[in-house]
Design a protein around this ligand. Structure first.
Ligand SMILES: Cc1ncc(COP(=O)(O)O)c(C=O)c1O
Length: 178
């Protein structure tokens, strides 16, 4: 009896996974359910950093220069904004405090509260392994007007900069919407 219930539960989860994948245009195998936003954000941040460290085993060495342009040395670098939820901001602050990563905080424009794509692009270096930006603010209710699109443009530009500097892997982009 227990096995039957268990089987049915797996079926329900798998159906939900397939539905979410279809909604996002992703493969079901790419969908991971978590307990909530905080766990998801932590998972993405730590995975992006671990991935960078795997690709660059010598990274995090003595130079600590996020902008070395060569994609070889230096620490993993993360671009974020000054609007982020604590589940992102505090994790990045903590890792930076440990000396494990470099972080660039892009400030939102005062008039619009928008993070400008050009500012994001300018912050990207050869060591940038993650751009993490809020798409909608959980406190003010502000929703970026086309933010994911314009930030996507900024990241495309950042990828072009990285390719030109000999760094082959693409940037990870995370936008959080509560
Ligand atoms: C953008 C964002 N990220 C993360 C969280 C935290 O989510 P959770 O409470 O599910 O851990 C929130 C909560 O409001 C949020 O607005």
């Amino acid at each position: 009896m227990l096995a039957l219930i268990q089987h049915r539960l797996w079926q329900v989860v798998d159906e939900a996974r397939a539905n979410v994948a279809r909604m996002l245009g992703a493969d079901a195998g790419e969908i991971v359910f978590t307990s909530g936003g905080t766990e998801s954000n932590n998972m993405v941040i730590n995975t992006a950093i671990a991935h960078f460290q795997q690709l660059h085993p010598s990274a995090g060495g003595s130079d600590g220069d996020a902008g070395d342009g060569g994609g070889g040395g230096g620490k993993p670098h993360v671009v974020t904004s000054n609007l982020e939820h604590d589940s992102v901001a505090l994790v990045l602050e903590h890792l930076q405090g440990l000396g494990a990563i470099d972080v660039t905080v892009v400030r939102a424009a005062p008039g619009t509260c928008a993070v400008e794509a050009a500012d994001v692009a300018a912050a990207v270096t050869a060591n940038t392994c993650l751009v993490t930006l809020m798409l909608a603010n959980n406190e003010t209710g502000w929703v970026g007007d086309g933010a994911s699109c314009s930030v996507g443009d900024g990241c495309s530009f950042g990828n072009a900069v990285r390719l030109a500097s000999g760094c082959s892997e693409r940037l990870a982009t995370m936008t959080c919407r509560p």
